[in-house]
Design a protein. Structure first.
Length: 311
């Protein structure tokens, strides 16, 4: 999976909207037209959909935006972002990931990356050729706002800077390559999710598996040690071909753990197993490109050709 991308040009636009917005704080009416021109689509996305203050031609826009920027929590979040997030490092990580993207998908558009502080709303927001990253959702597992807001511990564990790029690449992949709408079986969701993590792996080959999928070292170890048992359990209990939405939720979606596999298991064990199936498929079919994998919506074909057999 490791490739030389030193000569690949990412051509990435990366901007920290929160810095420019807070700098404009004292003279919004004067500065907003320039911000609107510079940030264009993201400006609209941020104001309309992320913080809900409307647009400059709305009567209450400036009052509401000023109120947002002077809110004690928002001011504190911006201070914490400046303190806890290494923005230059983050930009370099994005450039490196999108160099890999350019290598594998030379004809695809590289999205613009915009960071922001949005008051702990969505972590990653996607629009046409654009990724918005809410840095205030990645301030570290020790950031005291998160538990006070009732965010579950299993989610807080992944709210730190090292998860930003892998989250962004994962969500970008899901918009570029959405799941086959006819896919209704647990195994199909497993393999689809597996291909998304395989994509993240291709974009960030140096990243530890724990960060690609968001497991702790112990959870990853549990999965590796229990792989055959988990796979056999799902096969023997006819779960793999179940079309019950609750089964997909239980085994593939995020959660604190999967109760039938013990509290030591992570949520999303089905997605992790799907990732191992996709890895096996790509290993046993070296002629298949990443592009072909991502475009293949016949998940049962991938399973059948994977030669996957955990022991």
């Amino acid at each position: 999976m490791k490739i030389d991308v030193s000569d690949v040009k990412a051509n990435l636009t990366y901007k920290n909207y929160e810095d420019d917005l807070f700098e404009a704080k004292g003279s919004l009416e004067e500065e907003i037209p320039m911000l609107q021109e510079e940030y264009s689509r993201f400006f609209e996305l941020f104001n309309l959909h992320m913080i809900g203050v409307g647009m400059p031609d709305d009567d209450e826009f400036f009052t509401q935006l000023e109120s947002f920027l002077n809110d004690t929590m928002i001011v504190n979040l911006k201070e914490q972002v400046d303190l806890r997030i290494n923005k230059n490092e983050l930009e370099q990580e994005f450039i490196e990931a999108f160099k890999h993207y350019r290598y594998y998908f030379p004809n695809k558009v590289v999205p613009d990356i915009y960071t922001c502080v949005n008051g702990l709303n969505q972590s990653i927001v996607l629009a046409d050729s654009l990724i918005g990253v809410s840095l205030d959702k990645y301030l570290g597992a020790d950031f005291d706002y998160y538990p006070r807001l009732g965010i579950p511990a299993y989610k807080i564990r992944n709210m730190h800077q090292q998860k930003i790029v892998s989250d962004a690449m994962y969500f970008w992949a899901t918009t570029e390559y959405p799941i086959n709408l006819k896919a209704s079986k647990v195994i199909e969701s497993m393999i689809y999710q597996g291909s998304m993590y395989y994509f993240v792996e291709a974009m960030q080959p140096e990243l530890n598996d724990t960060l690609k999928i968001g497991f702790t070292e112990k959870q990853l170890e549990f999965c590796q040690n229990s792989e055959a048992n988990m796979w056999n359990y799902m096969a023997e209990n006819n779960l793999l071909f179940s079309t019950n939405r609750m089964d997909i939720k239980r085994y593939v979606d995020d959660g604190p753990y999967v109760s039938v596999f013990s509290t030591e298991s992570p949520g999303r064990v089905g997605a992790w197993l799907g990732w191992q199936i996709v890895r096996s498929y790509m290993k046993n079919n070296p002629e298949v490109t990443l592009k072909q994998l991502m475009e293949n919506q016949d998940y049962l074909y991938i399973l059948n050709q994977s030669g996957y057999q955990p022991d």
